[in-house]
Design a binder for this molecule. Structure first.
Ligand SMILES: [Ca+2]
Ligand SMILES: [Ca+2]
Length: 149
């Protein structure tokens, strides 16, 4: 038998839509919404309903902003710092971001984003600052669609 450690049989709930298209944010979304005590990111039916309502078109922009912020806060320290922004951009553009942008270009883009958003000048984007920038982005709901599973 091939040595691919097949754990496929004992997978918890497998909801259609979670497989298929590869969403780089999927793992983040599962971690954030999972109420599983084992913290392995497995999704129960109730979790799935929460995700569904958070990503529904009728969800208020402020709710969407809260979730987008959580998803982008990869290191979970409650603010978006440079590393979080780099990871978010990498996830949104795919792994080949380094083929498109040089490190210098990447640094410039991140500087621009942080400078635009960081109103109190502490070098991080906090939730209030994030809400503020989202309120000025009429296209935000469309970007948010990218995060959908
Ligand atoms: Ca962070
Ligand atoms: Ca700040």
């Amino acid at each position: 038998v091939g040595g691919t450690g097949s754990s496929g049989l004992k997978k918890e709930t497998h909801i259609s839509g979670f497989s298929g298209t590869a969403n780089p944010f999927k793992e983040r979304i599962c971690k954030i919404f999972s109420t599983s005590k084992t913290k392995n990111g497995s999704i129960s039916f109730e979790d799935f309903l929460d995700i569904f309502s958070a990503f529904s078109k009728s969800a208020p922009v402020s709710v969407k902003a809260d979730y987008a912020f959580k998803i982008m806060d990869f290191n979970g320290n409650g603010v978006l710092d440079r590393q979080d922004v780099v990871k978010s951009i990498t996830c949104m553009t795919g792994n080949d971001v380094h083929n498109i942008l040089t490190d210098l270009e990447m640094t410039m883009i991140i500087d621009m984003i942080i400078e635009e958003t960081d109103m109190d000048g502490d070098g991080h984007i906090n939730l209030g600052e994030f809400h503020h920038i989202v309120s000025k982005m009429p296209d935000f709901p469309r970007y948010y669609e990218i995060l959908r599973l």
